[in-house]
Design a protein around this ligand. Structure first.
Ligand SMILES: C[S@@+](CC[C@H](N)C(=O)[O-])C[C@H]1O[C@@H](n2cnc3c(N)ncnc32)[C@H](O)[C@@H]1O
Length: 278
């Protein structure tokens, strides 16, 4: 993840968009059901009221947008943005499936919000902020588009999330001689840095809560489902077909060592950070 250089930032965004366009069809698979679980929990905490206007940043397949849209009826509206069009297409499909017509979807970079100032009552962002090259600048934009006393909530992962499989993944990739890119989600993995981002931008009452959202996967094939249909896929696209086939066998054998009678424990330690604009 680049820091500071805007050209590198644009290249990073293009790569991120390409990865999420690639995984969009498989993203809503049961192995990564923590995404809808977390979306629900996050939106519950926003304490939304009928008629409110909500911005869901980096909506992905729309789980948080849908949860919010249900709570703000009648009269409320969600604007859901994402940089990856295929994710938005899936979000639109999911929204239609839920019979909701109060969500507008926009292909938009979260660092360039094209909304007027003081428009939203609340902003949510599930597992999206750490993908933005300039997180502080993005939060300043959140503040701009929020009404006074508007609420914000976002989620991120701790360093322990997906442990020990994430470390096995990294070591396996490095053993192929491939330079492992630094993981975006590790940029925002301490509660203190999560609250500081908001307080530095002038938000009040910032609070970060660490919650275990994990569960058991049935087996190592489900872990592969997760790798294949999430941001981890970006690393797998760096492998040749032969390397990929070999890596899959070796990595899953290492992961299977952790199987218990309950299955494979998936550690999903999540930080939910919320605050309000003065
Ligand atoms: C891990 S997914 C989370 C999706 C969804 N919020 C959820 O919780 O399931 C990250 C999302 O961030 C989006 N994203 C990454 N960079 C972005 C940017 N600069 N602007 C808008 N969306 C972005 C990706 O396209 C992807 O859909």
């Amino acid at each position: 993840m680049p820091e500071g250089n805007s050209n590198d930032g644009e290249i990073f965004k293009q790569r991120t968009r390409a990865v999420f366009d690639l995984v969009a069809t498989g993203y809503d698979n049961p192995a990564q059901r923590f995404f809808p679980f977390c979306a629900d929990r996050m939106i519950h905490q926003l304490n939304l009221k009928p008629g409110e206007k909500v911005l869901d940043v980096a909506t992905g397949t729309g789980m948080a947008a849908i949860a919010a849209a249900q709570r703000i009826l009648p009269g409320g509206r969600v604007h859901a943005i994402d940089i990856a069009e295929n994710m938005l297409a899936k979000a639109q499909f999911n929204c239609h499936k839920h019979g909701l017509d109060n969500v507008d979807f926009h292909t938009m970079d979260a660092e360039q919000l094209l909304f007027r100032s003081q428009y939203f009552d609340a902003i949510s962002c599930a597992f999206g902020l750490f993908f933005l090259p300039d997180m502080s600048a993005a939060i300043t934009q959140w503040s701009r588009v929020l009404k006074p006393a508007g609420r914000v909530i976002y989620s991120s992962f701790t360093q322990n999330a997906f442990s020990p499989y994430a470390e096995l993944f990294r070591h396996g990739i490095e053993s192929l001689g491939i330079n492992f890119p630094s993981a975006s989600w590790r940029r925002l993995s301490e509660p203190l840095e999560c609250t500081q981002l908001l307080t530095t931008a002038g938000f009040r009452d910032a609070h970060a809560e660490l919650i275990q959202m994990g569960y058991h996967l049935a087996d190592e094939q489900q872990w592969w489902e997760l790798l294949w249909n999430s941001g981890f896929r970006g690393v797998l696209t760096m492998l040749s077909p032969e390397q990929l086939a070999r890596f899959r066998v070796q990595h899953l054998a290492a992961v299977a060592q952790h199987q218990t009678s309950d299955g494979l424990w998936l550690n999903v330690e999540v930080i939910f950070t919320h605050a309000r604009k003065p």
